[in-house]
Design a protein around this ligand. Structure first.
Ligand code: ADP
Ligand code: MG
Length: 194
């Protein structure tokens, strides 16, 4: 399965989502890897820091580009999570080859605009859904974002990833606590197996 995590905006937890979902899949006994297609290379950095911390990630993180994405053929039952760049041909390719596209977005109106733009770029070619991340439940921003997503009929994950210091501090460590990402994976598996 090829799952691309994409958003035209930076800093919306794309890399965090790719790493946590691969960790969740691995914990569930599935074969997973992360393909780092972003020149910022944060996913690769995460893996390298985890090695330095003697807490290695239990799945591979490999760099990816236009060519490798085009040739990406997961083994049967293997889950490839592609951490996509914010724009360009590599982003287009990462969307084109995906079985499902996850568009993480925070509960800020600007992020929401970018999420919609990204979903529009997917344009029904591939199943896709928004994933609310770094959410501060109970705030006006959160309620407004949920209302906007609903009034727009934006496909989204039921699970919402809360804003947490523990997630913020987990760069460079193997995530053993999945928080809401376990539920996100459950929904994802259901979606792609339909
Ligand atoms: N659920 C969360 N709660 C708090 N901070 C988060 C959460 N998810 C991501 N972050 C933080 O937000 C920042 C951007 O996340 P990152 O995954 O690097 O985004 P992107 O890959 O889209 O640029 C990082 O500092 C990360 O630790
Ligand atoms: Mg990133």
């Amino acid at each position: 399965m090829k799952i691309t995590i994409a958003n035209a905006k930076g800093g919306v937890a794309k890399t965090t989502t790719a790493i946590y979902l691969a960790a969740a899949a691995t914990m569930r006994g599935l074969d997973a890897r992360v393909l780092d297609a972003d020149p910022q290379s944060s996913a690769s950095l995460w893996a390298d820091l985890a090695d330095d911390n003697h807490d290695p990630l239990p799945f591979d993180v490999a760099p990816a580009n236009l060519s490798t994405l085009g040739r990406l053929r997961p083994e049967a039952g293997e889950w490839c999570f592609v951490d996509a760049p914010p724009s360009g041909r590599v982003l287009e390719k990462a969307i084109e080859v995906a079985d499902f596209v996850i568009v993480p977005t925070s509960d800020s109106p600007i992020d929401l605009q970018q999420a919609w733009a990204t979903l529009q770029a997917v344009d029904g070619k591939v199943p896709a859904a928004a994933l609310l991340v770094r959410a501060e439940i109970g705030t006006t921003a959160f309620k407004d974002t949920m209302t906007a997503l609903e009034s727009n009929d934006t496909p989204r994950f039921e699970a919402v990833v809360h804003k947490r210091q523990e997630i913020k501090k987990s760069l460079g460590w193997n995530p053993t606590k999945l928080y809401e990402y376990g539920d996100v994976l459950t929904e994802l598996i259901k979606e792609v197996n339909q």
